[in-house]
Design a protein around this ligand. Structure first.
Ligand code: HAM
Length: 421
């Protein structure tokens, strides 16, 4: 029987991996510009970490999390997101003790048992930042500015993107808003899907995340979180909006954006693409001012976002035709005859130690075939013919211009970069 990959889990083949590497480099470089440092976290966590933070009533925990017992019966989860893990690590390693703002970033795979579709996989990859230690709305603005900046840096235009923004208030505001939603949706109960009828009991905020067509009518008329903010939360949000305007960053207020995760407080946002269709959120984030305390750490506010690599790759590759594969090698060695081949093995090892990307044919191909592989893979071909070799020389061919020159081999090996542009 043929063994295939698991549904919703994709292989990223070398042709595509080049774009991934380029994006990852850009992402790391923009994150560093804003003072974030990388944190690498395990893929497995105690399942409890997510049920307590993301929330029991969320789709992520209730329906989508990969949970299983280990050999001792401890319930583990493949991480569905990384914010909870960052906060767990922040507390576990006492990162708060420095009394400074902790700015952390991550890139890596996450797992959610969702229905696979365009822009939605079961193993997907997130890049994200978390800033822990400040309530300043200027930090929310900085995180949003970072998101915009990053999207522009990887080649998306501002016109093709829009920012959805809302504030859902603090833990004092939440019971009032929740009650308003509960009493509103109770009157519409028969219009709601079965899941939303359950959510009505567990956490009516989660009804606002529902994508079922039958619930949309009721959701449209639901109370807005902005009408339930306390004075401090209102001021925080006003200040954020004012900074965003100063920075020239546009936003669309979306009074029903609540973001499908329970740990959020105050600011929530999503940066979306006009070109993605149903799964249009390139990235999403917000504040989580109670999360550190909830996991047993000292009261510490936080704000961050995470984006999906697959969605980024999708918009980028639908915007422009995939480039013909660029050469990945500096030099392709083309030995002629057995003697040339023995010499080629030595030259190959030397050039690689000098940092020159080099390869040769291991498939016994004809000279013509080898030259065509060289033309596709490398910028130069180094021809090792018996006549030249007997005089200690080699022939370097520029595969772009077609010109070639004969060089003394020791001179080439001493300073190969002088001969390669
Ligand atoms: P999230 O909205 O669940 O937030 O995920 C963030 C992003 O990950 C989404 O906007 C989307 O681009 C991508 N994504 C999510 N699920 C999938 C999937 N099944 N397939 C492909 N891409 C997907 C969080 O995870 C929060 N931890 C973000 C955050 C960080 N909030 C504060 N800090």
């Amino acid at each position: 029987m043929k063994v295939e990959s698991v549904r919703g889990m994709r292989d990223i083949l070398p042709e595509e991996a080049g774009l991934w590497q380029k994006l990852e480099n850009e992402i790391r470089s923009v994150f560093s510009l804003y003072g974030y440092r990388e944190i690498r976290l395990p893929l497995l966590e105690l399942a409890e970490l997510f049920s307590r933070t993301v929330g029991e009533a969320t789709d992520i925990v209730h329906k989508e999390m990969y949970v299983f017992p280990d050999k001792k019966g401890q319930m583990l989860a493949l991480r569905p997101e990384a914010t909870a893990s960052v906060v767990r690590a922040y507390i576990e390693h006492g990162l708060y003790a420095k009394g400074d703002l902790a700015k952390l970033y991550y890139i890596g795979p996450m797992f959610r048992y969702e229905k696979p579709q365009r822009g939605r996989q079961r193993q997907f990859h997130q890049y994200g930042v978390e800033a822990l230690g400040s309530l300043d709305p200027a930090l929310d603005a900085e995180v949003i500015d970072l998101a915009w900046h990053l999207m522009e840096r990887v080649g998306l235009s501002r016109e093709g993107l829009f920012l959805r923004l809302n504030s859902i208030g603090c833990r004092e505001d939440r019971p009032l808003y929740r009650e308003a939603l509960r009493s509103y949706f109770s009157g519409q109960k028969e219009k709601l899907c079965l899941d939303c009828q359950r959510r009505l009991e567990e956490n009516p905020l989660r009804i606002l995340d529902c994508k079922e067509p039958q619930c949309q009518g009721a959701i449209t008329g639901a109370p807005k979180s902005l009408d339930y903010l306390c004075e401090k939360c209102r001021e925080h949000f006003e200040e954020l909006l004012s900074i965003l305007r100063d920075l020239g960053l546009s936003y669309e207020l979306d009074p029903r954006l609540v973001r499908g995760i329970d740990y959020y407080t105050r600011t929530v946002f999503e940066l979306c693409s006009r070109e993605l269709g149903a799964q249009d959120a390139l990235l999403g984030g917000g504040r989580y001012d109670d999360l550190v305390e909830l996991l047993g750490g000292p009261p510490t506010p936080g704000v961050g976002f995470a984006g999906g690599m697959e969605r980024l790759v999708l918009v980028l590759s639908q915007n422009r035709p995939v480039d013909a594969e660029a050469p990945d090698l500096d030099v392709y060695l083309v030995p002629i005859g057995e003697e040339g081949r023995r010499k080629a093995l030595e030259i190959l090892a030397s050039l690689r130690r000098l940092g020159i990307a080099t390869d040769l044919d291991y498939m016994g191909r004809s000279l013509r075939k080898v030259m065509s592989v060289a033309a596709r893979r490398a910028r130069y071909a180094l021809l090792l013919g018996p006549d030249e070799l007997s005089q200690g020389k080699v022939n370097l061919k520029d595969l772009r211009s077609g010109t070639s020159s004969t060089l003394p081999l020791p001179e080439f090996l001493a300073r190969p970069r002088d001969f390669l542009s």
